[in-house]
Design a protein around this ligand. Structure first.
Ligand SMILES: Nc1ncnc2c1ncn2[C@@H]1O[C@H](COP(=O)(O)OP(=O)(O)O)[C@@H](O)[C@H]1O
Ligand SMILES: [Mg+2]
Length: 238
């Protein structure tokens, strides 16, 4: 599903260059659940924005579902994002004073669905994340964990092939963060959803089936996690 070869990303900062990615190569198959770890500044978000077609690499090849993405322009990238990618962010990024249902309906606005269809799909997505009874609550009437669930429903409503989450538990307390990871696990197990997430929390990462570690823009390890942490397991250190 994803084939990345020798990805580099260089940001121009005035007269100096920042090498955010230094030749990252990997493949990710459909249905995997992958955690990307690494210290701050190691290139995790840069990598996620390339995987998610928000940006293109400076050099290297990136193929998504057989499409060569590395030379695409903004309108083609936007089209691929809308069809294939669901994004979840650390800070939820929900519209305030707007109900959960309307927040989740937003990505369907330009997809050519009738109002009724949009509402039905959004309702289903909210049910999938366990918020079928909170459709009319605004973000400030929901807990942090519930807000992140709304954001996950919004990411799922287009039925994307890949769900990308950059530090999805970073703004949550550790118990709520683990509940969000259990939700990703169930979307992955029950729906076969491909999930790629960034975290710097080892316990969070160990919920995934594969852990990729980045350092200075390079992949320093890429391991299958034989025993992903199961729902209800108490937090342990390493
Ligand atoms: N838009 C940008 N312009 C310039 N430098 C950037 C930009 N985005 C990220 N960087 C730099 O690239 C490096 C990697 O950043 P990032 O991918 O955000 O790392 P991480 O998510 O692992 O903390 C850092 O040195 C960061 O300062
Ligand atoms: Mg980051």
């Amino acid at each position: 599903m994803i084939q990345a070869q020798d990805l580099t990303k260089v940001y121009q900062m005035g007269d100096s260059e920042v090498h955010a990615l230094n030749g990252a190569s990997f493949t990710i198959d459909e249905g995997e659940m992958v955690a990307i770890m690494g210290p701050s500044g190691s290139g995790k978000s840069t990598l996620m924005s390339i995987i998610g077609c928000l940006d293109v690499p400076t050099s290297g090849k990136y193929e998504l579902d057989g499409l060569a993405v590395e030379n695409m322009g903004e309108s083609q990238l936007a089209e691929i994002r809308g069809r294939k990618i669901g994004f979840v962010f650390q800070q939820f990024n929900l519209l305030a004073r707007t109900s959960a249902l309307e927040n989740v309906m937003l990505p369907l606005t330009y997809a050519g669905f009738s109002g009724k269809e949009r509402e039905e799909r959004a309702r289903k997505a909210l049910e999938r994340v366990g918020l079928g009874d909170r459709t009319h609550h605004a973000p400030n009437e929901l807990s942090g964990g519930q807000q992140q669930r709304v954001a996950i429903a919004r990411a799922l409503v287009n039925e994307p092939s890949i769900l990308l989450a950059d530090e999805p538990t970073g703004a949550l307390d550790s118990k709520t963060g683990v509940e969000i990871m259990e939700l990703f696990q169930s979307l992955h197990k029950d729906g076969g959803q491909t999930v790629i997430l960034v975290t710097h929390d080892t316990f969070v990462a160990r919920h995934a089936n594969r852990i990729i570690r980045l350092s200075d823009g390079k992949i320093v390890s890429d391991e299958i996690n034989q025993n992903p942490i199961k729902a209800g397991t108490p937090r342990t250190e390493e």
